[in-house]
Design a protein around this ligand. Structure first.
Ligand SMILES: CC(=O)N[C@H]1[C@@H](OP(=O)(O)OP(=O)(O)OC[C@H]2O[C@@H](n3ccc(=O)[nH]c3=O)[C@H](O)[C@@H]2O)O[C@H](CO)[C@@H](O)[C@@H]1O
Ligand SMILES: C=C(OP(=O)(O)O)C(=O)O
Length: 464
């Protein structure tokens, strides 16, 4: 077992699987602001991709360490920029972080990515603007800090490329547990009453993943019972609940939209394996389809992606489950246009909308893609148009008329899923595509070039 400084260990060490990017410069995955991804498109992909732990689960699980002075050990931790940002944030709250990459415990070395987080004391209850602005999930320290420490000061996350993304529902939920919350100088100032948070009933008017996570974590240490109605049912919520239960929390209704929490006086140590990343999985499933190739996805679960799989099958791809994942085969298929409307889980995920749009841009016929979660999640459309895609936006819907060929172009990524959608389009396009602003991609995709190159893609990272 080797222990290394976190920043190095998370992003610079060689892959546990030993995967390398052909021709890649040292420091691959480091995500320099000027880095670009270069793709020679038009190659049919055929191979196997090992899926990492879920970014969005990890970003909720890591703040859970603030609920206890005991260690929280997380395994299957993905090596991503967002994880590093969360390590930095937790570190300044007083969390000791030990990263161990022992390479054991799983084929492909995936289970060897272990983080041990220990918040013996809370040294600072402030989540500063400079970290929160880089990563919205920083707001997930609010519930745990308030519940254990009685006070939290968290910079308001503000909007981002995909929408305004307010946190009003997080705040209302915490108020239902007795918190007093004010907004001052761009910060959320939250205080628990003298005896600490108490149980309460939280009825979310709309489904919120982060709001449910903040409320759930806070409720574990609140006195009495908390009922969370219209809770999000995303698999990452169930993963968080499983970890909290392992720490000693009492939670019923996991996997449903009503969560019941009996508060406990303290939580203890736990070890938890992070579930596979369903959005990374879905992205590589689309990579198989868009190149009319075949990819076997391992270390993942088809049950978390039913909506995406059904749409892929309807489009004409074959999906077969395997012992540790599934395989998508689109060789020699003519894929059809299939409409999609994004919905909370178990519906079609908004985080797969951009990738689906790239696929539909190459399908036979038209598809209507409706984004119902975020008000501004079509930033990839003008960039896809630069590659020859035929897409018209009408309010919350985009009509995509498939084209036999896209053509390579220089494009600009505006957010994480928009970036990967452009990479997918580049894989299908004729000629060279250069995707700028790769740092968005590095927030959520670990060694994307290596994984695609292993399936036969001609792709590399151009630094500087
Ligand atoms: C780190 C993480 O897990 N991110 C995911 C999480 O984001 P996040 O947790 O931010 O998304 P939410 O589920 O909270 O947002 C859903 C909708 O509710 C709105 N809203 C949310 C909270 C609130 O207080 N008020 C409010 O109006 C949002 O603006 C959005 O329109 O779920 C999203 C929806 O599946 C995913 O796209 C993100 O990848
Ligand atoms: C929108 C996403 O992440 P975040 O909520 O961290 O911005 C995403 O993962 O697609």
């Amino acid at each position: 077992m080797s222990h290394s400084p976190v920043s190095e260990a998370l992003l610079i060490e060689a892959d546990a699987d030993g995967a390398t990017v052909p021709g890649a410069p040292a420091g691959k995955g480091k995500g320099g602001v000027m880095d670009r991804i270069r793709i020679q498109g038009g190659r049919r992909l055929d191979g196997t991709v090992t899926i990492g732990g879920a970014k969005n689960a990890a970003l909720a699980l890591m703040p859970a360490c603030l609920l206890t002075d005991a260690p929280l050990t997380l395994t299957n931790v993905p090596r991503l920029m967002d994880i590093e940002s969360m390590v930095t944030l937790l570190g300044q709250h007083g969390v000791a972080v030990d990263a161990a990459f022992d390479g054991t415990g799983g084929a492909g070395g995936c289970a060897g990515r272990r983080l041990v987080l220990r918040a013996r004391t809370i040294e600072s209850a402030t989540a500063p603007y400079d970290i929160v602005r880089k990563m919205r999930a920083s707001v997930l320290v609010l519930g745990p800090l308030l519940a254990r420490h009685g006070h939290a000061r968290v910079s308001l996350p503000g909007g981002c490329a995909i929408g305004t993304r307010p946190v009003d529902l997080h705040l209302k939920a915490l108020e239902a547990l007795g918190a007093e919350i004010t907004l001052e100088g761009g910060y959320i100032e939250a205080r628990a009453p003298a005896g600490g948070l108490h149980g309460g009933t939280i009825v979310f008017p709309g489904v919120t993943v982060g709001g449910t996570e903040n409320a759930l974590m806070a409720a574990t240490l609140a006195r009495g019972e908390t009922v969370i109605e219209n809770a999000a049912r995303e698999p990452e919520i169930a993963d968080l609940a499983a970890c909290l239960i392992a720490m000693g929390a009492r939670i019923d209704g996991v996997g449903t939209n009503t969560l019941r929490v009996q508060g406990v006086a303290a939580l203890g140590p736990a070890t938890h394996a992070i579930l596979p990343d369903r959005i990374e999985t879905g992205t590589y499933a689309v990579a198989a389809a868009i190149t009319r190739g075949r990819i076997r996805l391992r270390h993942t679960r088809a049950d978390m992606l039913q909506a995406v799989i059904e749409h892929l099958e309807e489009a004409g791809a074959t999906v077969a489950t395997t012992a540790d994942g599934f395989e998508v085969d689109a060789r020699d298929r003519v894929l059809r246009g299939v409409d999609v409307m994004t919905k909370p889980f178990p519906g079609f995920p908004t985080d797969m909308q951009a990738q689906w749009m790239a696929l539909m841009a190459t399908a036979d016929g038209a598809a209507m893609i409706t984004e119902s979660i975020f008000e501004n999640r079509f930033m990839h459309v003008p960039e896809l148009a630069r590659m020859g895609a035929d897409i018209n936006i009408h309010g919350a819907s985009a009509i995509v008329r498939g084209r036999r060929h896209l053509s390579g172009a220089q494009v600009m990524a505006t957010d994480l899923r928009a970036s990967v959608c452009l990479v997918l389009a580049g894989l299908a396009a004729q000629g060279e595509t250069l995707v700028n602003r790769v740092y968005h991609l590095d927030r959520g995709y670990e060694t994307v070039e290596a994984k695609l190159a292993a399936c036969g893609a001609t792709i590399d990272r151009v630094t500087g």
